[in-house]
Design a protein around this ligand. Structure first.
Ligand code: ZN
Length: 453
């Protein structure tokens, strides 16, 4: 559910609504996770090492072989289709911008704003409101195809069209409010700061990102799903015990009814400044084994302990500054050629918004490997943290297989670098099996399932 507005808006909303992403995770094992002992990694001569019979590659391949045939084909084709959607979404958004500019529809929307008020401050939001309504309507066919039809084609969705439109409407209203507010302030900054407006524009956007990250779990997410404390029981006790042993000051874990929308399993950590929380969706609870759930939660706790919401915003902040700089440069270059045809005067003219949006969309398309690598590195860190905390390598491998329903298991290294915002299933399972080999002599691992079968 992302493409309701051109790429930037979607990216910002996603980031704000739930930063640290969908679950990956680990397996069960003893509850409260003893810290990994350094003794485990003392090398023994192969023959003397009882672990030597455990073959990392074989164990990895045995897991991967569990998803084969039609299931493998389906998830590969679903995920690879996503590569093309990135391109089509961006092209579509750029074409929409071009249409608004070359037909002078954009300059007409500005004239409507000028007709309503002489205040330049208020002309910006009046233009932006029209812009969001028009672009939402123009990109609606793409949204329906991508987020409704395609999800149904692959059996991923639990919604009928009415329910889907209900969520679409809620997100539209949130977008309308949030982006009108951000845009109005950015245009005020542009008028005041002239040449270096893009620095201020980026700074304002980042501030809103932080506010969004803090506010979203409390005010936005509950608009789409019902959040409630996870039901009492051994699982919850094990999760809270794991959290306490990692020094995480949470006294609750939340579950939300993602099955309202989708069949996907996921969990996330979201929020900032006291609103930080760990949530898991009901698909994970229903379909995952206890050790799998604990593994996933160990991973999510990794995001929390490693401060990924903060570092993520910092790193994305740098990308956003560059994006604004690129947009400022591109705006000058394009309007010096087409400004007359478009009737777009200068960068403080709201009618130039489609130019800026097209440039930013293009920038984020090109920057896909960079933004994916930022999140993928954090995910890999959380994977390692999680298995050391939860000590559930097999549970995590099982989770990786579950996630393969919508994520290609074995991409090429280049594919993974460009398109993956999480490590691939193969890499995750391999990492878990490497970890397991190092811990085979630990009592809890010895007692657990040694072979993936
Ligand atoms: Zn994660």
């Amino acid at each position: 559910m992302t493409r309701y507005l051109p790429a930037l808006c979607a990216a910002l909303l996603m980031l704000a609504v739930s930063f640290a992403t969908t679950g990956a995770a680990f397996a069960q094992g003893g509850p409260a996770a003893a810290p990994t002992s350094a003794v485990d990694v003392h090398p023994l001569p192969p023959a003397a090492d009882p672990a030597s019979s455990f073959d990392v590659e074989k164990a990895t391949n045995a897991y991967l072989a569990r998803v084969s045939g039609e299931a493998r084909k389906k998830s590969d084709s679903y995920f690879e289709g996503g590569y093309w959607l990135l391109l089509w979404d961006a092209l579509y958004a750029i074409v929409v911008s071009a249409i608004l500019l070359f037909t002078r529809f954009s300059s007409r929307m500005r004239k409507i704003a000028e007709g309503i008020t002489r205040s330049r401050f208020l002309q910006a939001p009046i233009y932006i409101l029209q812009y969001i309504v028009v672009t939402t309507v123009l990109t609606l066919p793409m949204s329906i195809f991508e987020d409704y039809l395609r999800e149904h084609e692959y059996g991923m969705s639990n919604q009928n069209l009415m329910q889907w439109f209900g969520d679409f409407g809620i997100i539209f209203v949130v977008n309308l409010v949030v982006f009108t507010l951000i845009g109005t302030i950015v245009y005020a900054a542009i008028r005041r700061t002239k040449q270096y407006w893009w620095v201020w524009g980026a700074a304002i956007t980042i501030v809103f990102l932080v506010i969004g990250a803090a506010v979203a779990p409390v005010f936005i997410s509950p608009l789409l799903n019902r959040y409630q404390p996870l039901h009492e029981g051994t699982l919850k006790q094990n999760i809270l015990s794991l959290a306490r042993s990692e020094g995480i000051p949470v006294d609750n874990v939340y579950e939300f009814d993602a099955s309202r929308q989708t069949k996907r399993m996921s969990a996330n950590v979201s929020g900032m400044f006291g609103t930080t929380r760990i949530s898991m969706n009901d698909n994970l609870i229903k379909r995952g084994s206890d050790r799998e759930i604990l593994a996933v939660l160990g991973h999510e706790m990794g995001h929390y302990v490693l401060g990924h919401v903060t570092t993520g915003i910092t790193m994305f902040g740098i990308v956003i500054v560059i994006a604004f700089g690129f947009a400022a440069w591109g705006f000058g270059a394009l309007t010096s050629v087409f400004g007359g045809i478009w009737d777009v005067r200068s960068v403080d003219d709201p009618a130039g918004l489609p130019v800026l949006m097209a440039l930013v969309t293009f920038f984020f398309l090109i920057a896909t490997p960079v933004t994916n690598t930022i999140t993928r590195s954090q995910e890999a860190q959380a994977d390692i943290f999680g298995v050391n905390a939860a000590r559930q390598p097999d549970g995590f491998a099982e989770a990786a297989l579950h996630l393969s329903e919508y994520r290609k298991l074995e991409p090429s290294p280049l594919e993974e670098f460009v398109f993956y915002d999480h490590p691939s299933g193969r890499n995750r399972i391999h990492m878990m099996m490497v970890w397991k080999k190092q811990h085979l002599n630990d009592a809890d691992i010895k007692a657990g399932p040694v072979s993936p079968q």
